[in-house]
Every structure is written in structure tokens, then in C-alpha cells.
Design a protein around this ligand. Sequence first.
Ligand code: AHG
Ligand code: MN
Ligand code: MN
Length: 335
Amino acid sequence: MQIGTTVNQFLIEEQRRLGGTDNDLPALVNDVVVACKSLSHAISQGALAGMLGSAGVENVQGETQKKLDIISNDIMIAATERGGYLGAMASEEMDEIYPIPAQYPKGKYLLLFDPLDGSSNIDVNISVGTIFSILRCPAGVTNPTAKDFMQPGTQQVCAGYALYGPSTLLVLTTGHGVNCFTLDKSIGEFVLTQANLRVPVDTREFAINSSNSRFWEKPVKRYIDECLAGKDGPRKENFNMRWVASMVAEVHRILNRGGIFMYPRDTKDPTKAGRLRLMYEANPMSFIIEQAGGVCSTGRERIMGVQPTELHQRIAVILGSKNEVDRVVAYHTEG
Ligand code: AHG
Ligand code: MN
Ligand code: MN
């Protein structure tokens, strides 16, 4: 029987092809993969296992945590803290970084994650995901602090997401293209199902939460107005719209058929630079989209070039098909 290439085999072979001898990265990703498999099961159990609903507490973002936000955070920690590959980790659901406990060996990587992305969708059975980003611990650092996480997205050594949809998928990059694996539940392994994904450069599909339109800045308003005007407007073409409210699902759609996703800076809450978080949402998704030939910008600069100053900092996100993102960036330049 043919099994196909598992994600672990794929990563080990990729490292070998690149002349690497260090299998810590495949081993760390394998730990993350175990967490995603466990989460896939927990999420699919839903109400049967009492997994749905609010936990009644707020995270550092001021958002009410769902039970599954907390469970998925715990699953990710338990799966990755013992391997000896990490110095520390950080999550959307933890105010501070999580240093590797003293009883476990420390390693040379830092892990950042959004354990459950799109969690507002969980109670209505719409796709959710997990996003992660791996950085190197700065040389000589054995007890990393939050400061050691403050690396721009260009420094990521690996990024990925799991999408818990009709099937469970894992999409990964280590900076050598983007590959997609599907969880084969009969063998409990993610198996390579799409190699070297490429984002189409053109699209006629956009994704934005237009209930915020009155708070948008001029360039975003102009771009969306032009899309909405369709054949009768300056673009002379009709556009389609999608909004899942799960970034993982939106990015996956864009990877497969193109599109532009925007959660831009707006004036709704002037204390926030955007809705999404730089270090465990925008950066890993940018690494994946750029590796697939797409573009990711705040409208003013490349997301992966931004020097982080805070673990939970927010940022404007405009990502997807090159020609459309370039257009929105040009509108920002024109003012
Ligand atoms: P999270 O569930 O991790 O807080 O992230 C949700 C994010 C993202 O997935 C999605 O694109 C966006 O928030 C949805 O925002 P709206 O609630 O404004 O639709
Ligand atoms: Mn999220
Ligand atoms: Mn989340």
C-alpha cells in the first residue's frame, strides 16, 4: 500500500536536500503537528465533549476566551515543551512568554502561536485554525526573555497553519516554497497533497469586514469602492466578496485561488494599529503568502520588515495576489 509523504518525512528530506544535518527543526515541527492532530480531534468533538462556549475570562487582548482557546493553548504547550528544541514560547492566549520549565532541556528555537484562530466561529461550526511561527533564539541566549522574541518576520525559520475544515490541513514553509498536507485519519499522519503552492497574481475576489467601512482610511475606501462599482466603475470588472472571519480560512482560499485579504488600520480604536497581531498572525501568514509569490503589506511597508516592539502588538494586514496588493499599496502612497 502507498502511504504518501508524511510531513515529517518531507521536512527531513528537505533539510537533507539543503545540506543540513540538524534535525531539530523537523522534530520541533513534528511536536507542533502532534498538537494540531490532537486539536483537530478536540475541535471535531464539539458539544459532545463539552468543548464549546465561553470560558468566561479575558485574555491580554481584552477578548473573552472560549473554552477551546484555553484547551488549545494547553495542548500546544504540552506537545512542545518537552522536546528540548525550544527556549521559550509565546501565545495569543498568554500575557507573558512561557519559558521552558526547568525540568526539561532547553533548545535553540522560539515558538509563537495563535492556538485557535477564528474562535468566534467555533460555536457555529465554521472553520478555525492554528497559526505558528518559529524563530531562532539569539546566539548565546539560554534563558530567553520577551526581548529575544522581538525579531522581524524576515527572521522566521518556519511558519505554518493547521486548518480545521471539512478536512484537516497543514500548510508549511521553511523558506523554500509552500506545501500542503492533509490529515489522513486512517493512519494519523499529515500526508503531502499539494506541493509548491502559488498564489495567482491576479484576482477578482476580496475579503474585508465591511461593517468597519466608516472607519477605513481613504486608500482602502477607494479600493473597495472601485471593486464594488464593478463593470460600471474604473476597474471595468465585477468583483466577488468573501468574509469567513477566520484568517486561516481566508489565507487558505487565497493560496488556492487568489484573492486579497484586508484587515487594515482604521479609526475605530485609535489605540490599535490594526485588528490582527503581528507576531503570531501577520508574520507567519506573510511568510507563507510571500513564499507562494503573494505580497503582504501594512499598506505602508512590508509586514515582515516591521521591527516588533511588543509581543502582542497589532498591525494592519493587506495580503494576497500581487497585482491587487500592489494596487492598494500604490493608493496608500498616492494618499
Ligand atoms: P482570533 O480568533 O485568534 O482572535 O482571530 C480572529 C481574527 C481573524 O481570524 C479574523 O480574520 C478576524 O479576527 C475576524 O475579525 P472580525 O470579528 O472583525 O470579523
Ligand atoms: Mn487569530
Ligand atoms: Mn486565537
